[in-house]
Write a protein that binds this ligand. Structure first.
Ligand code: AMP
Length: 277
Protein backbone atom coordinates (compact mmCIF):
# COMPACT_ATOMS: atom_id res chain seq x y z
CA UNK A 1 0.00 0.00 0.00
CA UNK A 2 1.39 3.38 -1.01
CA UNK A 3 0.95 6.33 1.34
CA UNK A 4 0.98 9.62 -0.59
CA UNK A 5 1.24 12.83 1.42
CA UNK A 6 1.82 15.38 -1.34
CA UNK A 7 0.08 16.10 -4.64
CA UNK A 8 3.22 15.06 -6.52
CA UNK A 9 3.37 11.72 -4.65
CA UNK A 10 -0.33 11.09 -5.32
CA UNK A 11 0.02 11.89 -9.03
CA UNK A 12 3.06 9.62 -9.35
CA UNK A 13 1.20 6.78 -7.61
CA UNK A 14 -1.85 7.32 -9.83
CA UNK A 15 0.22 6.82 -13.00
CA UNK A 16 1.15 3.28 -11.95
CA UNK A 17 -2.40 2.20 -10.96
CA UNK A 18 -4.36 -0.41 -12.88
CA UNK A 19 -7.67 1.11 -14.01
CA UNK A 20 -10.46 1.75 -13.54
CA UNK A 21 -9.60 3.69 -10.38
CA UNK A 22 -12.09 4.10 -7.51
CA UNK A 23 -11.75 6.90 -4.94
CA UNK A 24 -13.21 6.81 -1.42
CA UNK A 25 -12.93 10.25 0.22
CA UNK A 26 -13.00 10.15 4.03
CA UNK A 27 -12.05 12.20 7.06
CA UNK A 28 -10.54 9.12 8.72
CA UNK A 29 -11.31 7.51 12.09
CA UNK A 30 -12.57 4.68 9.96
CA UNK A 31 -15.53 2.49 10.85
CA UNK A 32 -17.50 -0.23 9.11
CA UNK A 33 -19.42 2.40 7.05
CA UNK A 34 -16.19 3.64 5.46
CA UNK A 35 -14.94 0.08 4.97
CA UNK A 36 -18.11 -0.85 3.10
CA UNK A 37 -17.34 1.97 0.63
CA UNK A 38 -13.77 0.70 0.25
CA UNK A 39 -14.90 -2.89 -0.34
CA UNK A 40 -17.43 -1.71 -2.93
CA UNK A 41 -14.74 0.27 -4.73
CA UNK A 42 -12.40 -2.70 -4.67
CA UNK A 43 -15.10 -4.94 -6.12
CA UNK A 44 -15.81 -2.51 -8.98
CA UNK A 45 -12.36 -1.21 -9.90
CA UNK A 46 -8.81 -2.26 -10.80
CA UNK A 47 -7.42 -0.04 -8.03
CA UNK A 48 -8.74 1.87 -5.04
CA UNK A 49 -7.49 5.13 -3.56
CA UNK A 50 -8.73 6.19 -0.11
CA UNK A 51 -8.21 9.77 0.98
CA UNK A 52 -8.00 10.72 4.64
CA UNK A 53 -8.31 14.45 5.15
CA UNK A 54 -10.15 16.29 7.91
CA UNK A 55 -11.12 19.23 5.72
CA UNK A 56 -10.86 22.47 7.74
CA UNK A 57 -12.95 24.50 5.28
CA UNK A 58 -16.12 22.48 5.82
CA UNK A 59 -16.15 23.19 9.57
CA UNK A 60 -17.69 26.38 10.95
CA UNK A 61 -15.82 28.52 13.45
CA UNK A 62 -17.65 27.06 16.44
CA UNK A 63 -17.60 23.49 15.17
CA UNK A 64 -15.47 20.53 16.13
CA UNK A 65 -12.55 20.70 13.63
CA UNK A 66 -9.94 20.68 16.39
CA UNK A 67 -11.74 17.93 18.31
CA UNK A 68 -12.71 15.77 15.32
CA UNK A 69 -11.48 12.25 16.18
CA UNK A 70 -8.27 11.21 14.45
CA UNK A 71 -6.41 7.87 14.47
CA UNK A 72 -4.17 7.86 11.38
CA UNK A 73 -2.01 4.89 12.35
CA UNK A 74 -5.02 2.66 13.06
CA UNK A 75 -6.68 3.84 9.82
CA UNK A 76 -3.57 2.92 7.82
CA UNK A 77 -3.43 -0.55 9.40
CA UNK A 78 -7.11 -1.13 8.58
CA UNK A 79 -6.69 0.04 4.97
CA UNK A 80 -3.57 -2.07 4.55
CA UNK A 81 -5.50 -5.14 5.69
CA UNK A 82 -8.16 -4.36 3.05
CA UNK A 83 -5.39 -4.22 0.42
CA UNK A 84 -6.07 -0.61 -0.47
CA UNK A 85 -3.73 0.47 -3.27
CA UNK A 86 -3.06 4.09 -2.27
CA UNK A 87 -3.92 6.21 0.76
CA UNK A 88 -3.80 9.95 0.07
CA UNK A 89 -3.20 11.68 3.38
CA UNK A 90 -2.31 15.32 2.82
CA UNK A 91 -1.64 17.95 5.48
CA UNK A 92 -3.99 20.97 5.36
CA UNK A 93 -1.26 23.14 3.73
CA UNK A 94 -0.98 20.64 0.85
CA UNK A 95 -4.64 21.17 -0.03
CA UNK A 96 -4.81 24.84 0.98
CA UNK A 97 -1.38 26.39 0.40
CA UNK A 98 -0.91 30.04 1.37
CA UNK A 99 -2.87 32.27 -1.01
CA UNK A 100 -5.46 29.59 -1.88
CA UNK A 101 -8.46 31.52 -3.13
CA UNK A 102 -10.75 29.49 -5.39
CA UNK A 103 -14.02 27.99 -4.20
CA UNK A 104 -16.72 25.79 -5.68
CA UNK A 105 -20.24 26.82 -4.74
CA UNK A 106 -23.23 24.66 -5.60
CA UNK A 107 -26.28 26.89 -5.20
CA UNK A 108 -29.88 26.17 -4.05
CA UNK A 109 -29.52 22.56 -2.76
CA UNK A 110 -26.86 23.80 -0.33
CA UNK A 111 -29.08 26.48 1.17
CA UNK A 112 -31.34 24.24 3.24
CA UNK A 113 -31.03 21.47 5.88
CA UNK A 114 -27.32 21.04 6.73
CA UNK A 115 -26.48 24.11 4.66
CA UNK A 116 -28.88 26.28 6.66
CA UNK A 117 -27.51 25.06 10.00
CA UNK A 118 -23.87 25.04 8.83
CA UNK A 119 -23.31 28.03 6.51
CA UNK A 120 -20.29 27.50 4.24
CA UNK A 121 -20.15 23.76 4.98
CA UNK A 122 -20.95 22.63 1.44
CA UNK A 123 -18.65 25.22 -0.13
CA UNK A 124 -15.85 23.48 1.78
CA UNK A 125 -17.13 20.03 0.79
CA UNK A 126 -17.56 20.86 -2.91
CA UNK A 127 -14.15 22.54 -3.10
CA UNK A 128 -12.24 19.71 -1.44
CA UNK A 129 -14.08 17.01 -3.38
CA UNK A 130 -13.34 18.87 -6.62
CA UNK A 131 -9.66 19.09 -5.66
CA UNK A 132 -9.53 15.38 -4.74
CA UNK A 133 -11.09 14.50 -8.10
CA UNK A 134 -8.50 16.63 -9.93
CA UNK A 135 -5.57 15.23 -7.98
CA UNK A 136 -6.60 11.54 -8.00
CA UNK A 137 -8.48 11.48 -11.35
CA UNK A 138 -10.76 8.57 -10.39
CA UNK A 139 -13.17 6.83 -12.75
CA UNK A 140 -15.64 6.34 -9.90
CA UNK A 141 -15.99 7.97 -6.48
CA UNK A 142 -17.89 6.43 -3.56
CA UNK A 143 -20.07 8.33 -1.08
CA UNK A 144 -22.35 7.14 1.73
CA UNK A 145 -26.12 7.67 1.66
CA UNK A 146 -25.70 8.47 5.38
CA UNK A 147 -24.81 12.03 4.29
CA UNK A 148 -27.80 12.41 1.98
CA UNK A 149 -27.41 16.10 1.20
CA UNK A 150 -23.69 15.67 0.51
CA UNK A 151 -24.64 13.03 -2.08
CA UNK A 152 -27.09 15.46 -3.72
CA UNK A 153 -24.51 18.28 -3.74
CA UNK A 154 -21.67 16.15 -5.16
CA UNK A 155 -23.90 14.65 -7.87
CA UNK A 156 -25.12 18.14 -8.81
CA UNK A 157 -21.57 19.50 -9.01
CA UNK A 158 -20.45 16.58 -11.19
CA UNK A 159 -23.45 16.97 -13.51
CA UNK A 160 -23.31 20.77 -13.74
CA UNK A 161 -19.56 20.89 -14.39
CA UNK A 162 -19.44 17.80 -16.67
CA UNK A 163 -16.88 16.12 -14.45
CA UNK A 164 -15.65 12.92 -16.13
CA UNK A 165 -16.41 10.36 -13.43
CA UNK A 166 -19.26 8.34 -11.96
CA UNK A 167 -20.61 8.91 -8.45
CA UNK A 168 -21.63 5.74 -6.60
CA UNK A 169 -23.87 6.06 -3.53
CA UNK A 170 -23.55 3.27 -0.94
CA UNK A 171 -26.37 2.43 1.56
CA UNK A 172 -25.99 3.49 5.20
CA UNK A 173 -24.26 0.98 7.48
CA UNK A 174 -25.80 0.72 10.96
CA UNK A 175 -24.98 -0.53 14.44
CA UNK A 176 -27.01 -3.59 15.53
CA UNK A 177 -29.55 -1.33 17.31
CA UNK A 178 -30.06 0.78 14.16
CA UNK A 179 -27.87 3.83 14.91
CA UNK A 180 -26.11 4.95 11.71
CA UNK A 181 -22.36 4.48 12.10
CA UNK A 182 -20.46 7.76 12.41
CA UNK A 183 -17.00 8.79 13.54
CA UNK A 184 -18.71 11.18 15.96
CA UNK A 185 -20.62 8.40 17.81
CA UNK A 186 -17.57 7.86 20.06
CA UNK A 187 -18.28 11.21 21.69
CA UNK A 188 -21.74 10.18 22.93
CA UNK A 189 -21.96 9.45 26.64
CA UNK A 190 -23.36 5.97 27.42
CA UNK A 191 -26.72 7.57 28.17
CA UNK A 192 -26.71 9.64 24.95
CA UNK A 193 -25.66 6.55 23.01
CA UNK A 194 -28.72 4.69 24.35
CA UNK A 195 -31.00 7.64 23.53
CA UNK A 196 -29.57 8.08 20.02
CA UNK A 197 -31.34 4.95 18.81
CA UNK A 198 -34.48 7.11 18.68
CA UNK A 199 -33.18 8.65 15.43
CA UNK A 200 -33.37 5.43 13.42
CA UNK A 201 -36.54 4.47 15.31
CA UNK A 202 -38.19 7.66 14.05
CA UNK A 203 -37.31 6.65 10.47
CA UNK A 204 -38.82 3.20 11.10
CA UNK A 205 -41.93 4.94 12.41
CA UNK A 206 -42.11 7.00 9.21
CA UNK A 207 -41.63 3.89 7.12
CA UNK A 208 -44.46 2.16 8.99
CA UNK A 209 -46.80 5.13 8.56
CA UNK A 210 -46.12 5.23 4.82
CA UNK A 211 -46.71 1.47 4.53
CA UNK A 212 -50.07 1.97 6.22
CA UNK A 213 -51.03 4.55 3.62
CA UNK A 214 -50.11 7.88 5.25
CA UNK A 215 -49.29 10.39 2.50
CA UNK A 216 -49.33 13.66 4.44
CA UNK A 217 -45.69 14.66 4.95
CA UNK A 218 -46.45 17.04 7.83
CA UNK A 219 -48.20 14.28 9.81
CA UNK A 220 -45.09 12.14 9.44
CA UNK A 221 -42.71 14.99 10.42
CA UNK A 222 -44.85 15.62 13.50
CA UNK A 223 -45.01 11.98 14.59
CA UNK A 224 -41.24 11.68 14.18
CA UNK A 225 -40.76 14.86 16.20
CA UNK A 226 -43.04 13.63 18.96
CA UNK A 227 -41.17 10.33 19.25
CA UNK A 228 -37.75 12.04 19.35
CA UNK A 229 -38.94 14.63 21.90
CA UNK A 230 -39.63 11.79 24.34
CA UNK A 231 -35.84 11.47 24.74
CA UNK A 232 -34.97 14.28 27.16
CA UNK A 233 -31.41 14.59 25.79
CA UNK A 234 -32.43 14.91 22.13
CA UNK A 235 -32.73 18.33 20.48
CA UNK A 236 -34.07 18.30 16.91
CA UNK A 237 -32.36 20.57 14.35
CA UNK A 238 -34.71 19.52 11.54
CA UNK A 239 -36.93 16.75 10.25
CA UNK A 240 -37.29 17.01 6.48
CA UNK A 241 -39.26 15.16 3.85
CA UNK A 242 -38.03 16.44 0.53
CA UNK A 243 -37.46 15.75 -3.15
CA UNK A 244 -34.39 13.54 -3.60
CA UNK A 245 -32.85 15.78 -6.28
CA UNK A 246 -33.85 19.35 -5.38
CA UNK A 247 -34.40 18.91 -1.62
CA UNK A 248 -37.61 20.95 -1.96
CA UNK A 249 -39.88 20.08 0.97
CA UNK A 250 -42.88 17.92 0.10
CA UNK A 251 -46.46 18.34 1.38
CA UNK A 252 -47.25 14.87 0.13
CA UNK A 253 -45.10 11.73 0.24
CA UNK A 254 -43.79 10.60 -3.14
CA UNK A 255 -41.57 7.69 -4.16
CA UNK A 256 -37.92 8.78 -4.06
CA UNK A 257 -38.59 11.35 -1.31
CA UNK A 258 -35.75 11.62 1.21
CA UNK A 259 -36.72 11.70 4.87
CA UNK A 260 -33.75 13.21 6.70
CA UNK A 261 -33.11 14.53 10.15
CA UNK A 262 -30.43 16.07 12.33
CA UNK A 263 -30.61 15.66 16.09
CA UNK A 264 -28.25 17.03 18.71
CA UNK A 265 -27.22 15.20 21.86
CA UNK A 266 -25.26 17.73 23.90
CA UNK A 267 -22.61 19.06 21.51
CA UNK A 268 -22.82 16.07 19.14
CA UNK A 269 -24.99 16.38 16.01
CA UNK A 270 -26.14 13.15 14.43
CA UNK A 271 -27.66 12.73 10.95
CA UNK A 272 -29.74 9.99 9.46
CA UNK A 273 -32.11 9.52 6.52
CA UNK A 274 -34.06 7.08 4.44
CA UNK A 275 -35.27 7.11 0.85
CA UNK A 276 -38.97 6.36 0.38
CA UNK A 277 -39.20 3.30 -1.88
P1 AMP B 1 -16.63 10.96 6.71
O1 AMP B 1 -15.30 10.37 7.09
O2 AMP B 1 -17.59 11.04 7.84
O3 AMP B 1 -16.49 12.23 5.91
O4 AMP B 1 -17.27 9.92 5.71
C1 AMP B 1 -16.60 9.51 4.53
C2 AMP B 1 -17.59 8.82 3.62
O5 AMP B 1 -18.12 7.67 4.30
C3 AMP B 1 -18.78 9.72 3.25
O6 AMP B 1 -19.13 9.49 1.90
C4 AMP B 1 -19.84 9.23 4.19
O7 AMP B 1 -21.16 9.43 3.70
C5 AMP B 1 -19.53 7.75 4.27
N1 AMP B 1 -20.11 7.19 5.49
C6 AMP B 1 -19.96 7.65 6.76
N2 AMP B 1 -20.70 6.91 7.63
C7 AMP B 1 -21.33 5.97 6.87
C8 AMP B 1 -22.24 4.92 7.17
N3 AMP B 1 -22.67 4.67 8.41
N4 AMP B 1 -22.70 4.16 6.15
C9 AMP B 1 -22.28 4.40 4.87
N5 AMP B 1 -21.42 5.38 4.53
C10 AMP B 1 -20.95 6.15 5.51
Amino acid sequence: MIIARTVAEMKAARKALKGPVGLVPTMGYLHEGHLTLVRRSKAENGSTVVSIFVNPTQFGENEDFGKYPRAPEIDLAILDRLATDVVFMPAPAVIYPPGFNTWVTVEKVTERLEGAVRPGHFRGVATVVNKLFNIVQPDKAYFGQKDAQQCVVVKKMVADLNMPLEIVIVPTVREPDGLAMSSRNVYLSPEERRSAVVISQSLKLAEGMIKQGERNAENIRQEMGTLISKEPKAVIDYVSIADGNTLDEFDEIKPGAVISLAVRFGRIRLLDNMVVP
